[in-house]
Design a protein around this ligand. Structure first.
Ligand code: PLP
Length: 364
């Protein structure tokens, strides 16, 4: 019998739609604009975007110009979504932004100037968003620069600022005083632009309370099943399931060294399944320390993660060659995997590689 020999990545679009519904219900009255940067967190911005459009999404966020162009092409001419580009624009990228009908989220004074002078030649105002940094210290104009801008409106003469946005740095920690401090700054800034809508919360921020939600929220990781507090959240469903078949079952004797290097020594007789996936399929190698997969109804600790093979401890469970072991999914939760690897669910998702065979479930 031919055994399946490669990892399979199942992307469940019905689970995505479920999560979108959960996030929308959590932010009543606000538009929920999906964040599909990084090729839809590694899961395919095209199918993700089309399905979320079918679920009612009309605005999307990407990071790069090229991601915006790809999403516009994937949505096609009949789905006229607003696509915001978080990188903003420069005079060099302006024509391409315009050609793909993308809305830049301007992040600096030079960007605002470049957008203004480009727009002055258009004969109509250019739709833009304005990103204000309220304390993450990463991207956006300062609140002081926003005040100065609001006081000299001619600098915005050719721009139609439809959205004012900011981003939270500590939203997964509801107790952090940084959240309220950023909120206070953002509330003051948004008053400077009364005609614009305001957007502040990403996935985690949506769960911080009504004051954080404003008119638009920007969920990313929680659409794909990552919990807002970086641990599994039962309200959300896993969208990405990575599974791979058992190629071999081996018994390792006590005292033996396993895999590369000499750090992994088993202290007791250990029965393992050799699973046909590895970090070349995108499973974060660092998860080997305390990560686990799921097989025959129980968590199974990883012993080692190499490029193509993972050893999973299976104890004395009966196991068959070709059986699929879940490495990420509804049981081997992405937030647990991320914690084991010392990272966040976002990174576990975007690392998923094209080597794993992709299967989409649900209407695209
Ligand atoms: C990535 C990003 C988001 C989405 O964040 P999640 O934590 O994935 O929900 C929202 N807004 C901005 C500005 C971002 O960079």
């Amino acid at each position: 019998m031919a055994l399946p020999s490669s990892a399979r990545l199942t992307i469940d679009l019905d689970a995505l739609a479920h999560n979108y519904g959960v996030l929308r219900a959590q932010a009543p009255g606000a538009e929920a604009a999906p964040v599909v940067k990084g090729d839809g967190y590694g899961l395919g911005a095209g199918p993700i975007g089309r399905r979320l459009w079918a679920e009612g999404a009309r605005s999307f966020f990407v990071a790069r110009l090229t991601e915006g162009e790809a999403l516009r092409a994937a949505l096609g001419p009949e789905r006229r979504a607003t696509i915001y580009v978080l990188d903003g624009m420069t005079s060099g990228t302006a024509p391409r932004l315009l050609a793909a009908d993308l809305t830049p989220s301007l992040t600096s004074v030079p960007q605002i100037e470049a957008a203004g002078s480009f727009a002055s030649g258009l004969g109509r105002p250019l739709a833009v968003a304005l990103h204000v940094d309220t304390g993450m210290n990463r991207q956006g104009i300062t609140p002081d620069q926003a005040v100065a801008l609001a006081q000299s409106r001619d600098r915005l003469a050719h721009l139609d600022v439809g959205l004012v946005m900011s981003h939270l740095g500590s939203a997964p920690e509801p107790q952090s005083p940084r959240n309220a401090r950023q909120l206070e700054r953002f509330a003051a800034v948004r008053k400077l632009f009364p005609d614009a809508r305001a957007s502040f919360a990403a996935s985690a921020g949506i769960f911080l309370g009504e004051a954080y939600r404003f008119e638009m929220v920007r969920p990313g990781v929680s659409l794909y099943g990552g919990g807002p507090e970086e641990r599994p959240d039962a309200r959300l469903k896993a969208v990405a399931t990575l599974e791979a078949p058992i190629l071999d079952i081996r018994n390792i004797e006590a005292g033996e060294t396993v895999g590369y290097g000499s750090s992994r020594v088993v202290d007791r007789p250990t029965r393992v399944a050799v699973v046909a996936a590895g970090y070349a399929d995108g499973l974060v190698r660092a998860a080997k320390a305390t990560g686990h997969g799921w097989y025959a109804g129980a968590p199974r600790p990883f012993l080692i993660v190499t490029m193509d093979l993972i050893l999973v401890e299976i104890g004395d469970t009966p196991a068959g060659l070709g059986d699929m072991v879940e490495l990420m999914g509804p049981n081997a939760h992405i937030d647990d995997l991320a914690a084991a690897a010392g990272t966040v669910a976002h990174e576990c998702l975007v690392r998923l590689s094209p080597r794993a065979e992709r299967v989409y479930l649900g209407e695209t």
